[in-house]
Design a protein. Sequence first.
Lengths: 458, 301
Amino acid sequence: MTFLAPEYLFASLAVAAAIFALHLIVVRQPRAGILPTARFIPDSQAKAVAAARRPSDIAVMLLRMLTILAAGAALAKPVLTHARRPTARVILADVSRSSRDTVALRDSVRAVYRDGDAVVQFDSRARLLAGNIGDSVGALRPGMTRGNLSAALIAALRAGSGLRDRADSLELVIVSPFATEELDAATDSIRKLWPGRARLVAIGGSAVDTAKMVGALQTDAAPGDPLAFSVLIARRVVRGNAIIARGATGSTGVAAEPPASGDPREARTLVVWPATDRPRFAVRRTPSDTVGGVIVGERGVVAPFIRQWSYPPDSLRGAEVIGRWYDGEPAAVEKPDGTGCVRSVAIPVTPVGDLVVRSDWVRLVAELSRPCAAVTALVRADPAAIARLAGNGGLASRDAFQPAIDTRSPLAPWLFALAIAAAVAELFVRRRKKGRTAESERIPVSSFANPASRVKTA
Amino acid sequence: MTVGLADAQDEYAPLLDAVRGIRWPSRVVVRGGMPGAHTSRVRGISAEFTEYRPYRQGDDLRRVDWKLFGRSDRAYIRLSNDRAILPTMIVLDASASMAFPTGTNGKWKLAAQIGVGLAAVARNSGDPVGFVIAGREDALMIAPRMRLSVLHEIMRAVSLTRPDGSAPLAPSVSIATQTAGRLVVVSDLLGDADDLLTVSSRWVAAGHEVLAVHVIAPEEIDPPRESVTVADPEVATVRRALTSETRDAYIQAYGSWRDRIAHDFSDAGVGYATVIVGDETPEHLIRRVAAPRAAGVSALQ
């Protein structure tokens, strides 16, 4: 049995303790003694307050305590079966490409999952598991999509509102490798909306240090190709085994050794950037137009580009857009290819002007040559960011979540009254209409009196 | 319990030794009587010449200084100081209030030592000494005598006495004054102090010497701080609560009463001395009472 308002019970316990203490205090005659000069003492009541080892009037004291405790227990709203559990969990299961270890993911979620908990699986979007959650947890499988913890945290807030009426406290559990690419600028702000700490369960492969990537940026561009200049400059900052192919099919003249050990640090990035031919996965754009800039990652170049190619939606299936024109259209996409990836770039390289040696352009080329997303997806986030995710304090109280009940509109009774009024009005209108119909169908008596006229009329 | 004379002597022997050299001169000129150590108001015929006085009719012709008459042709009477004894009565209060503190009977023991000591001093000065122990209704009285055995009787009587009862002191004092020229009352004055003052002042007015030795226990001046219900051993109906609330009022009332008593007795010409149990040795107390100047005290306090 528990109490919905235990403060009353605590207060009654305090009062009962005070009653007990008062019964330990007895008023008694002080110790007797002799004093020849007693006549000089003012005449007063010869009683003194003293503490006794055993309470006085035990029966009365017990009755008083029973009265107070019973009243306090009654006011405390005792319930035999508690409708809410002490704690429920909202488990965020990361099924993005960063979570490569399927077994670890399932085992970690199973370890923290209890009946009644909410499980949200997320990659780039978050989905609340419903139905037989235990089976769904056993079927969790990481995909190739980038993870987004912000979306998962928003889904966790919604799931918390759903659990509000089933638990006193809510705990947020995040089962994820906590890769850098899963965090964005909004993650911290959204995380603060969860009122309490979070339990972080780290899974997945080891962190990859991109600074220790093996290989270098290479290209098969002809010496006169303007992009060759850019590659030459960008080579100093690019880490990893990247090849920029200027051919249409992506076949390169560069002797690139395939990764032998399967080490992600040796993964090859093939950038198919045709000089004039159709880029892979792209179709010709008719008619061509111009656009004022392009963005790849955090790098942008403002310059006039003649846009000749576009990526149809079908070609984006299984691909990730890594570069966009300023109007939002894809300008470069990436698809996984074994341990590496293939990138298709539809950004024309203008031979006129100084674009190819501009620093922003060189940085954009380097960004296009960076390691594949499958590799960067393993880079562990900054410890400080992970600590902010964990937060501090206690568990979230159920009161911190909005109740998942619909707010009744005050219009409801008026609408109900309107319905009754309309029904009554309908009754009158129908009766009136019925009366009119009967009157119009009535045949005048005169017509019976002169049958000829009736025939004539007919 | 029977207390033998030897026990009593053993109890008071150190005190008697200590007061052996103390003299107790009278504070007033005593009446004439048997030759003694105190100056008498009677001009006698002793060898200690004082002055001449012209002969008056009726004077004894044997006291005329005939040589001076031959030289001056005038008749003069040769006067000389006379010394007399001073019968001393010591009234010892043996009421129940003197049996305090309960465990030690400190007030009674000190009062008894003062009484015996003063008796010894008076006896050593050649004065007859009597003793009155007033506690119960039948007070014990030892008539003034000069023989040595009177001290033995006094010590034995004091040793046999247990403070009890609540008999007033004034009747005993009245009886004692009939045979004494000097009266000493050793008491806590918690009985009939006003009556005692009346009797004493009357006796002082008659030209006699009265000393009141006020015996006080320190517990009476500064009672314990714990709450206790105290009873007056002499008045059964007096039961008061001595608590933190009443303690200050008690101290103030008792102090005022002591001041009033000292003032009234002094005003009446009664020598008044306050002795507090444990403050001084009995020998010093006796010196302070008997010979204030010798004890370094200019007056009785």
